[in-house]
Design a protein around this ligand. Structure first.
Ligand SMILES: Cc1cc2nc3c(=O)[nH]c(=O)nc-3n(C[C@H](O)[C@H](O)[C@H](O)COP(=O)(O)OP(=O)(O)OC[C@H]3O[C@@H](n4cnc5c(N)ncnc54)[C@H](O)[C@@H]3O)c2cc1C
Ligand code: FES
Length: 259
């Protein structure tokens, strides 16, 4: 983990409501593992506010990029960043996705910014399997072309049936899963919590591995404040685990979901 004054080198509309923010960050960029995130201090807010976490979409020796959508005060202020502006970042943070298991078929499941969070993993994996991406409409599903260019078999689902199967990701995943040797599957999942829980439940019921990237509000981002805790199962009960430091990626069997 490093702190760096990064410089904005690109800030444009990407797709739908999402924008791409590309930063020159030669200290943080080379350290990034797939599934990790940045804690970003947003300049030009009127008062001092907390940093905001963003998954790392792309990274190389020169820097990093994130895809983000404005949902509140911080991300709205982020929209005003201009090329040449300085942005203080801490990263890379979090555990990242583990190495893929030998001989398993990798499956990606994502929605919203989860597609961006899985891109580096999709690139790194030697075997390109199937990617189930969900969204309200075609415009909401990020990076379909980018994943297809990497060699992934992308199966979109949309609420309005503008592309792919109508419904949630499970509408495409379940019939596909029914025809697979499920013990051979390894899932990498990032998206809204109901999607994570749905995939985690299937992993436990059918006996495959699912790595879930949890989305919890974060304050410090480095394990000190306990804002982001979840209950992690232990042999004799459960313990608190910090999403920012022990996660954000947990295997489905580790998580004790709040009812
Ligand atoms: C590990 C991690 C990675 C993330 N990666 C990305 C990313 O790549 N791209 C991206 O667009 N966003 C990402 N987010 C979400 C992003 O951090 C929030 O959208 C941002 O913090 C909101 O800040 P704000 O000041 O604009 O909104 P606030 O004013 O803080 O909140 C506005 C609204 O957004 C909701 N909100 C705030 N934080 C979250 C959250 N974490 N998840 C869902 N709803 C939230 C609030 O409940 C509220 O309704 C990530 C979050 C985490 C924890
Ligand atoms: S955000 Fe502070 S411990 Fe995770």
């Amino acid at each position: 983990m490093k702190q760096e004054k990064a410089i904005v080198i690109e800030h444009d509309n990407f797709q739908g409501e999402y924008r791409v923010l590309r930063l020159s960050a030669p200290i943080v960029g080379p350290l990034v593992k797939p599934g990790q995130f940045l804690h970003l201090e947003i300049p030009r807010l009127n008062e001092r506010v907390l940093r905001r976490p963003f998954s790392i979409y792309q990274a190389d020796a020169a820097g990093v990029a994130v895809l983000y959508k404005a949902v509140g005060r911080g991300t709205e202020a982020m929209r005003h960043l201009a090329v040449g502006d300085e942005v203080d970042i801490i990263g890379p943070l979090g555990n990242g996705y583990p190495e893929a298991a030998e001989g398993k078929l990798p499956v990606l499941v994502a929605g919203g910014y989860g597609n961006a969070a899985l891109y580096l993993k999709a690139k790194e994996l030697n075997t390109k399997g199937v990617a189930f991406f969900g969204g309200r409409s075609e415009i909401d599903i990020l990076c379909i072309k980018e994943f297809e260019e990497l060699g992934w078999d992308v199966r979109p689902t949309t609420d309005d049936c503008s592309i792919g199967t109508q419904g949630l990701v499970t509408a495409a995943f379940d019939p596909w899963m029914a025809e697979q040797d499920v013990a051979n599957l390894e899932l990498f999942v990032c998206g809204p919590n109901p999607m994570l829980k749905a995939m985690g439940d299937r992993a436990i019921e059918h006996g495959f591995t699912a790595w879930l990237s949890l989305d919890k509000n974060m304050a410090c981002g480095v394990g000190a404040c306990l804002t982001c805790v979840i209950k992690r199962k232990t042999e004799d009960g459960w313990e608190w685990a910090r999403c920012c430091k022990d996660g954000p990626i947990f295997e489905s069997r580790e998580i004790l979901w709040d009812e």
